[in-house]
Design a protein around this ligand. Structure first.
Ligand code: C2E
Ligand code: CA
Ligand code: CA
Length: 753
């Protein structure tokens, strides 16, 4: 580096261990001292050149020298003197490592100016120029120098003044002091970085004094807590405490902090606006020199949202969002726990597997939004029925599970299943005018009788549920090992049924209906028969549910309708013109909504007059979706056909609602008929239904009439028609035709089935 400069520093880097404020203070004082000392030294030096022999004078000089040495030693400053003409530097510093004033040695240096960092050089030169030209009273500069010539840069703070000028006022010499400020400069730099980091941090930072009062906060702290610096500095940290934590909590916190110097954890804090926020807090103790008045640095993170999200996730993982019931995973957990407890206490656990009957149809026909509302209402009803002490979970779709703990016997579980079935007799209502009935089928399994582990218990309850469905739905079944076999059988049966139509295995039989007043057969009910090559004769109570489950019922139902009409057409041609046929219609057929079109087409194709066809629908079929079904039924009625409500009395239709449906016929379920003349309740129900039906202008038909006494009862109570083994079992078409033709009024002929 060029030597054509005057800013100069002597000495090598010396470590400064004193702290910055002290340095600044000492520096200021010493600068004054040094200024004087240096000036005097110079004078003395010049005088010494004149080689005075005066001993008192030399004594004086030595004393001055001594003082300068002391000043340099104590201040850590270095003295320099630069000859602008010779371009030579003279430097001087005291060896700071000297233990006391008596041992101070002064190190001097003569020669060229050490290299100034090229980035700092223009700045140094500018400062020097200003001073030499008299534009600044002092030369002052902070810059890097390579004092030892080994590439090790040291920050220097130099101050100086022109001390000698020629007659024209040109500066000849400049002298001053310099100091290695590398350490303090780095510290300051670090401090600046630290405060910038603190300022821009997302986490709130607060520094507390030994008495837990705020000293400093950062902007994030204000953002998170709502308190500005002015509002909080000097205030106690407890100002932000919420009452979520008790005194003991804070005592523990203080103890931990004192013991380990650190505390971290979650604390509820109170924002300025009164809202509680959950904070993760890291507190570190910064001890002071005395060890008595430490500082505390707290870093706070607002984790309220994070916690909420975590909780939501946990909720999502364990609960069904639609019904708010536990889901499968939480169910397994609770069931496992229940089993562990039952094993320990020799208790019993029952699992009820609940499936809503024909829910798929409802969902398809009413839309998923309504389906969802039904599921919610159903969930609430199950929970209400079993009480909060038992777990009700939703597994999927319309499948619910109840875990019953502390069950004394199978009967107790059955009683609860029965209660659930009973509870569903009341229609589910969800706002507006919507009211809807669904029925549950329930399977029951028990620990320890049926299985030892949750998965097995669930599987068995599921199997039992399927059995309940197979039994005609709307009922419960307790698991039995034989059910697994039955289920396998059902699966095989279902696939065989698929081929039944093509293989011509299906047929219709007809059961005559006797008009009491006319004493003749006025109609027949068409009943499906399946004579399977593999399984023999399969009952419709077995294969109709199978067909409904698989959707095959649409094809089967249309086939039966067509077949019934074709047979009737033949019989009309054979002379029984006023004979009617009744055909059973399943829920799926009705809910498809195009029943009227299927019927119209069948009538047109077979040529059967509409008033000779009656459709039989059960209450539960109609009530599953009253509003839409009513529309379909009205459309059918407009075709001119009759509509009968089948198995009446077993469901739960409101009579008021029935009145609004376009029905023509009411068929009393054979459950009531079979006990007539034995059971006064059934007698009362039957006579009421007859009266009620007739008051609604419906034709009342009693089914399952097996005895003359039953017939007598019905006749006495004004029933319109009877059907049952007392008249005749269901017959093959030719046989039935013959039966009708040969029927003699009042003969009471019984045709064996
Ligand atoms: P359902 O409509 O109630 O039919 C009456 C059932 O009672 C018939 O059984 C019939 O044989 C039986 N039955 C008639 N008289 C008596 C009697 O005096 N005593 C007793 N104990 N039973 C009697 P089936 O033929 O086994 O039909 C059972 C059910 O299958 C029917 O009940 C009906 O719900 C359904 N089903 C039959 N055919 C069809 C069909 O073509 N379509 C649809 N969707 N369902 C059908
Ligand atoms: Ca029927
Ligand atoms: Ca019936």
């Amino acid at each position: 580096m060029s030597l054509n400069l005057a800013a100069v520093v002597t000495a090598t880097a010396s470590p400064l261990s004193a702290r910055l404020p002290w340095i600044l203070f000492a520096g200021a004082v010493l600068l004054i001292v040094l200024g004087i000392a240096a000036f005097r030294y110079l004078l003395a030096w010049r005088e010494s050149r004149h080689a005075s022999s005066d001993s008192s004078r030399s004594e004086l000089l030595r004393a001055r020298d001594e003082r300068l040495k002391l000043a340099l030693w104590a201040s850590g400053e270095q003295f320099w003197d630069y000859d602008l003409v010779q371009r030579k530097l003279h430097g001087m510093r005291a060896d700071e490592s000297a233990p006391d004033a008596a041992d101070i040695t002064v190190l001097t240096r003569h020669g060229e100016v050490p290299t100034i960092h090229e980035d700092d050089l223009p700045y140094v030169m500018e400062r020097l120029r200003l001073h030499l030209q008299g534009k600044s009273s002092l030369f002052m500069s902070e810059h890097r120098m390579d004092l030892r010539g080994d590439g090790h840069w040291v920050w220097i703070r130099a101050r100086g003044r022109v001390v000698e000028r020629d007659e024209e006022g040109h500066a000849l010499r400049i002298a001053g002091t310099a100091r290695d400020i590398t350490i303090s400069r780095n510290a300051e730099y670090e401090h600046r970085i630290a405060s910038e980091v603190m300022r821009s941090m997302n986490e709130a930072v607060a520094v507390l004094d030994w008495a837990h009062h705020f000293i400093t906060i950062n902007p994030a702290f204000t953002r998170i807590t709502g308190y500005s610096e002015e509002e909080i500095i000097g205030k106690p940290v407890r100002m932000l405490d919420s009452d979520q934590h008790d005194e003991a909590f804070f005592d523990r916190l203080d103890q931990d902090l004192r013991r380990t110097g650190h505390w971290s954890g979650e604390i509820w804090k109170l924002r300025k606006d009164g809202e509680e926020i959950l904070c993760h807090i890291e507190t570190n103790v910064v001890p002071d020199a005395s060890g008595e008045r430490p500082l505390y640095v707290q870093v706070l993170t607002d984790i309220t949202e994070q916690k909420r999200a975590e909780q939501e996730l946990r909720y999502l993982a364990n609960y069904d969002t639609l019904t708010s019931l536990p889901n499968r995973s939480l169910l397994s957990e609770r069931l496992s726990r229940a089993i562990v407890r039952a094993r320990r206490e020799h208790g019993r656990v029952a699992v009820l597997f609940i499936d809503l009957d024909r829910f798929k149809d409802i969902n398809d026909s009413l839309g998923h939004a309504t389906g969802d509302r039904i599921l919610r209402a159903a969930a609430a009803r199950v929970q209400q029925t079993v009480g909060t002490e038992h777990t009700v979970a939703r597994l999927s779709g319309d499948e619910f599970t109840v875990v019953l703990e502390d069950i004394a016997s199978t009967e107790e579980a059955e009683a609860i299943a029965q209660r659930i079935i009973q509870a569903f007799r009341l229609p589910l209502n969800f706002g507006e005018r919507l009211e809807l009935s669904v029925t549950p089928s329930i399977g029951i399994s028990l620990y320890p009788e049926h299985a030892q582990v949750p998965t097995e218990l669930l599987k068995h309850a599921d199997t039992a549920m399927y059995q309940a469905k197979a039994m005609g739905r709307h009922t419960y079944q307790v698991y039995a090992e034989s059910m697994d076999e039955k289920n396998r059988h059902r699966a095989i049966l279902a696939s065989a049924l698929r081929r039944a139509i093509d293989r011509d295995e299906l047929s219709l039989v007809f059961q005559p209906r006797l008009s009491i007043s006319q004493q003749r057969i006025t109609g027949v009910e068409a009943l499906l028969r399946w004579d399977s090559k593999e399984f023999g004769v399969v009952s419709p109570t077995q294969f109709i549910p199978l067909a409904e489950e698989s959707g095959m019922i649409l094809e089967l139902g249309a086939w039966a309708l067509r077949q019934a009409c074709m047979t009737l057409r033949e019989w009309h041609r054979a002379g029984l013109e006023d004979l009617s046929v009744a055909v059973n219609i399943s829920a799926t057929q009705l809910q498809r909504g195009d029943l009227q079109r299927v019927v119209a087409r069948t009538l047109a194709e077979t040529g059967v007059p509409a008033n000779r066809l009656e459709l039989e629908l059960t209450e539960s079929v109609i009530m599953a979706n009253p509003a839409q079904n009513a529309d379909t039924l009205r459309a059918c009625r407009r075709l001119g056909i009759s509509l009968a409500i089948d198995d009446f009395g077993t469901g739960y239709s409101s009579l008021a609602y029935l009145k609004r449906l376009p029905l023509t016929t009411l068929k009393i379920d054979r459950e009531f008929i079979s006990d007539l003349t034995h059971d006064i309740d059934d007698e009362a129900i039957t006579s009421t239904i007859i009266t009620m039906g007739q008051s609604l202008a419906l034709k009342v038909v009693a089914e399952g009439v097996e005895t003359y006494d039953q017939y007598e009862f019905l006749r006495n109570h004004g029933c319109d028609e009877v059907q049952g083994h007392w008249v005749s079992a269901a017959l093959e078409p030719e046989q039935c035709l013959r039966f009708i033709r040969d029927y003699y009024p009042g003969s009471g002929v019984r045709v064996a089935s």
